[in-house]
Design a protein around this ligand. Structure first.
Ligand SMILES: *Cc1c(COP(=O)(O)O)cnc(C)c1O
Length: 223
């Protein structure tokens, strides 16, 4: 368990230079691992499955900020709407409307990131830059006052080609800057760029990430 503390401290030192926030991705790891990280001062944790997040939320201290980083199905938003801190992977208008509805029921505003498809792989979810512009320009979007878009999230291609990874992160950063300058709406505040995982977080930081989502580099490899 001391190993978690060591790895966290090393990471935090590395990230300090870039001013990037660390989201400790705790999916598949036991609550004991999260408690160790919590003792080391880590309060932001990421999960990619609703049921697992709810179970951990119920079992662990309430000062933890829970980040939903995985693909989220609309019919499951209701289970996390009361407590989720940030939803990273919003990839459809349908999902956004559902988050807005459940946020209203809970009398709160839920912060969200729009996921952008930047990787070459077909399998990764997310909007294109044009789709985001169409979404934001719609009347529906303006009516969603219980969500707030605070930035973008993206995943680079799973490759060892560093140049390719960097150029994909560059694309995401440029879309972020464009949207930040172009759209001044009450439910948008472009400030977070969630990019970078265990394998590519340094490249992501170099390209302007403000939030890295790191699991295995802290908690060890998953089965
Ligand atoms: C699992 C996961 C991560 C963390 O992956 P590691 O390689 O363990 O750092 C980051 N982002 C998303 C969306 C994930 O599903």
């Amino acid at each position: 368990m001391n190993l978690i503390l060591q790895k966290l401290n090393t990471l935090k030192d590395e990230l300090k230079v870039y001013n990037a926030k660390l989201i400790a991705v705790s999916k598949t790891y036991p609550t004991a691992s999260i408690e160790s990280a919590l003792e080391a001062g880590q309060v932001d944790f990421g999960e990619n499955k609703v049921q697992e997040m709810v179970q951990k939320y119920e079992a662990l201290p309430k000062n933890i900020r829970w980040h939903m980083i995985g693909h989220l199905q609309s019919n499951k938003v209701k289970y996390i709407a009361s407590f989720v801190h940030l939803i990273h992977a919003v990839d459809s208008e349908k999902l956004l409307k559902e988050i807005n509805k459940e946020a209203l029921k809970n009398d709160r505003v839920i912060d969200c990131l729009l996921q952008v498809h930047i990787a070459q792989e077909e399998t990764k979810f997310g909007f294109s830059a044009q789709e985001i512009q169409d979404l934001i320009a719609s009347a529906t979007f303006k009516s969603l006052q219980h969500i707030r878009i605070v930035g973008l999230m993206g995943m680079a291609t799973n490759t060892t080609n560093q140049d390719q990874i960097s150029s994909e992160f560059k694309v995401l950063k440029s879309i972020f800057v464009f949207l930040k300058n172009e759209y001044l709406l009450s439910n948008i505040e472009m400030k977070e760029l969630s990019m970078g995982m265990s394998n590519d977080y340094l490249l992501a930081c170099q390209e302007g990430s403000t939030m890295v989502r790191i699991g295995s580099a802290i908690f060890g490899s998953r089965n």
